[in-house]
Design a protein around this ligand. Structure first.
Ligand code: PMP
Length: 366
């Protein structure tokens, strides 16, 4: 292509070019084995080593304490909505669920389906029309609940807890859906009972789901849970209870190494902050041509939503930007408008190219 292509997809999303090139070069012959990672046994030494290093590199990047287990499961983040309840709510009467947008709303609606526990609506962001976030101090949570579940970055509504939530002493474990921001900024893993994330935004291809679990919580996993849904059976078999998503894990491992080469999560955080600020500044300085109604303190640094206020212009924007190499900017189906997902692998140049196009588009239609 003459013009560089910038992929703003919300997920599956852009991956570093160097990662894809490495995967391409190793496609037919991984490291002299004579065959592809896709076609080797998950129990082979070669794949076990890929999995081991992926886990170690993730541990290094996130500074995951030793009393946390790391699993690469399947089923996506959606499966976790139920799996956390199945495994950790056993014997409890209540689960606290924070609703802040599309994904936590879905989680909330699903969590009670295989459990007798009351799924208590601990906070409801609907009161802010999902344009602001209920502060952690306002969450109605109980020390007797099995856990508190929330989504730290709402991918559809473009909302993010800018300050990483932390619960006071004596509160139940905090379970975080980190799908659309994992590895984008520093977090203190020990503030969470569980962190989970579908890989397909900030990590790799879809198919692998990262689950980071504080060890003591595994004691809650009852033997009556079918093994395939039981975290403990996955941990006891070193993540090899059944066939994991081998190829997505391999690509994720390449992304972890790429992140290390870029200076790790702290460096990503700096770049992501700059990218987001540059883009929101462009929206806010457009004299109202581009609109983002999210409260400034809750704006996502990963998923930047905006619209023109005229659906025909939004459609034109989506079409014309595509011809300029700016891809997949159409907003989520129920939201309309535009959404620029600017995950780790989106370079600052991509954001700058988008802003240049936004200005030019405004000149023509504003
Ligand atoms: N949670 C969040 C925050 C998400 O962004 C998504 C996917 N867009 C999901 C959950 C659902 O993930 P999956 O498709 O992997 O089930």
């Amino acid at each position: 292509y003459e013009t560089p292509i910038y992929n703003f997809s919300a997920g599956p999303a852009v991956l570093p070019e160097s990662v894809l090139r490495t995967a391409q070069s190793e496609m037919f012959d991984y490291n002299g084995t004579g065959f592809s990672v896709m076609t080797m046994s998950h129990r082979s030494d070669v794949f076990m080593s890929i999995l081991y290093h992926a886990e170690q590199d993730l541990r290094q990047l996130m500074d995951i304490p030793d009393n946390y287990k790391v699993l690469f499961l399947q089923g996506g983040a959606s499966a976790q909505f139920n799996q956390v309840v199945m495994n950790f709510a056993n014997g409890f009467k209540r689960v606290d669920s924070v609703v802040t947008g599309n994904w936590s709303e879905i989680a909330h609606s699903q969590m009670g389906k295989l459990s007798d526990a009351e799924i208590h609506l601990a906070a409801d962001g609907k009161q802010y029309h999902y344009q602001n976030l209920p502060p952690v101090s306002s969450w109605d949570i109980s020390p007797d609940s099995a856990f508190v579940h929330f989504v730290i970055n709402e991918t559809v509504h473009g909302l993010q807890y800018r300050e990483v939530p932390k619960l006071p002493e004596g509160m139940p474990p905090l379970i975080c859906d980190m799908s659309s921001e994992i590895l984008s900024r520093r977090v203190n893993v020990s503030d969470f009972g569980v962190i989970y994330a579908g890989a397909q935004k900030n990590i790799g291809p879809s198919g692998a789901t990262i689950v980071i679990i504080r060890e003591d919580l595994l004691e809650r996993c009852s033997d009556r849970i079918p093994d395939v849904w039981n975290y403990k059976s996955h941990v006891q078999r070193d993540g090899m209870y059944n066939t994991p998503a081998t190829y997505p894990i391999y690509i994720s491992g390449l992304v972890f190494r790429w992140l290390q080469s870029q200076g790790g999560v702290a460096q990503m955080e700096t770049i992501n902050t700059l990218k987001a600020k540059t883009l929101y500044d462009a929206i806010d300085s457009s004299g109202g041509f581009y609109i983002n109604n999210v409260h400034p303190g809750a704006r996502s640094k990963m998923n930047v939503i905006f619209r023109t206020g005229d659906t025909r212009l939004d459609e034109l924007f989506a079409q014309e930007s595509t011809t300029r190499g700016l891809r997949l900017l159409r907003g989520y189906k129920s939201m309309g408008g535009m959404r620029a997902s600017i995950y780790n692998a989106m370079p600052l140049q991509g954001v700058e190219a988008l802003i240049e196009f936004m200005k030019e588009f405004q000149k023509r239609y504003g």
